[in-house]
Design a binder for this molecule. Structure first.
Ligand code: IMO
Ligand code: MG
Length: 428
């Protein structure tokens, strides 16, 4: 049966949560392999919008086991809060439904304080201030604390105390900031460890067994290809591999087990935080695409509430991320938002220093100097939000999809025409 991988194909916030939610219908396991609670995956169920940050989106399907892989960074305090919120929506969150790798790394208040201090001091890139970069920094420098230590709450508390004391020195020396209460945190985190310990497991074995038993696995990516630490617009990226390689290292699965790679992209483009954004729009069209913020699906960060930068669809960028990930298909979201726009634009090339680039540049400084070459496509005016099959969709919308498929070399097999669960059209 193998592994279906679902990835962000742009700069995040593509609507991955709802596509995972739909694909989870046919999955036995949904697993996160990268990132932490910097992700914000919103799922609309009836009139309720549930925001997940760390727990895999399969939690809403009773038959799914949800796994947090070793590639993840996990904030125990926020995870417990999220678990409680999900429970209050009447959903079971027990070790029967959720397992945590013993070799993931933990995010502590010290990491978050350092993230916030660096951002405030002007040395940041507009992070979500969830301590992501500093936790991965400790992992890479081999000083991190792994989730497995939570099996011994006292030892975990001691490690938290030591980490906090260490961070306090940096906060004072480098940022002139006051200390965190190391003792208080040690007590809180020992207690958190007691609550989370029953969820710890050898997730390598879980995945191996699942593959041997022919189980259907869905790997849920957080962030996105252009935020990938290696392949994104460095340094304006997150600190993990959000591309397909991250699945293999972050979940401990062999590459040949991956049978399908679905990229999720928005029908236009958004980015939150700093960094180059070639098709970025200002003015009226930007306001039109962003929305006012009155609706939960308007373009405001679901983790931070920041207004997102918006722009036209960038086919150069999507062709790059499709190739990078071996995408077998694309899910294109928010097509309903484009209804009623007379002329749509698709970026088909970049201009830099008078030359046209057809490929996404590796050098972020070059990317920052690129300007878009647009192709104009006539828009459609029909309200598509009640359409439920590809056949019903307007001819001009089909033409928009076909142009994206040709330019990016990948098929569009799923489209969304609204935020609700049933406003998703899957090609048969
Ligand atoms: P989902 O999973 C959009 C961005 C931040 C910042 C950069 C680094 O909801 O698509 P970090 O806190 O990771 O150190 O921030 O990455 N970023 C996201 N942008 N969606 C996300 O996740 C993001 N996670 C991180 O805005 O530019
Ligand atoms: Mg987000």
């Amino acid at each position: 049966m193998g592994i279906t991988v679902l990835l962000g194909a742009q700069w995040g916030d593509e609507g991955k949560g709802r596509i995972v939610d739909a694909l989870a219908q046919d999955a036995d396991i949904v697993a996160r392999f990268n990132g932490g609670d910097n992700a914000g995956h919103s799922i609309t169920i009836g009139s309720q919008v549930v925001k997940l940050h760390l727990v895999p989106s399969g939690i809403f399907r009773d038959t799914c086991l949800n796994v947090l892989g070793n590639g993840v960074v996990l904030n125990p305090r926020n995870l417990l809060k999220e678990m409680a919120e999900i429970r209050s929506a009447g959903i079971e969150v027990t070790p029967r439904r959720l397992r945590i790798s013993q070799s993931a790394h933990v995010i502590l208040p010290g990491h978050i304080a350092l993230d916030a201090a660096r951002e405030a001091a002007g040395g940041g890139i507009g992070t979500t201030q969830r301590g992501i970069g500093f936790a991965y920094m400790d992992k890479a420098s081999r000083t991190g604390i792994r989730t497995g230590l939570m099996a011994d709450p006292e030892a975990f508390g001691d490690a938290v105390q030591k980490h906090t004391e260490q961070v306090n020195k940096t906060l004072a020396n480098e940022y002139g900031r006051g200390p965190l209460d190391a003792h208080e945190l040690a007590v809180e985190y020992a207690n958190a460890a007691r609550q989370l310990a029953p969820y710890l497991d050898n997730t390598f074995h879980i995945m191996q067994r699942a593959l041997a038993d022919g189980k259907r696995i869905l790997a849920e990516g957080a962030q996105a290809a252009l935020l990938d630490i290696d392949h994104g617009t460095y340094p304006f990226v997150t600190s993990s591999n959000a591309t397909v390689g991250g699945v293999i290292t972050g979940l401990a699965v062999p590459p040949q087990a991956i049978t399908r790679v679905v990229g999720v992209a928005k029908a236009f483009a958004t980015r939150v935080g700093g960094g180059p954004f070639v098709t970025e729009l200002q003015g009226e069209m930007a306001l039109r695409l962003r929305g006012t913020g009155a609706n939960p699906w308007d373009e405001y960060g679901s983790t931070t509430g920041r207004p997102r930068r918006v722009g036209w669809f960038d086919a150069v960028a999507l062709r790059y991320t499709a190739q990078l990930n071996g995408m077998s298909e694309v899910a294109l979201t928010k097509l309903d938002i484009l209804s009623g726009i007379d002329v749509l634009k698709i970026c088909v090339g970049y201009l830099v220093d008078g030359t046209q680039l057809d490929d996404f540049p590796q050098d972020t400084a070059v990317l920052a100097r690129c300007t878009p070459v647009y192709e104009e496509i006539p828009g459609w005016h029909e309200d598509v939000s009640r359409m439920r099959t590809f056949a019903e969709l307007p001819e001009r919308l089909h033409a928009y999809l076909r142009r994206i498929e040709t330019l990016c070399g990948v098929r569009v097999t799923i489209v969304s025409v609204g935020p609700e669960r049933e406003q998703l059209i899957l090609s048969s």
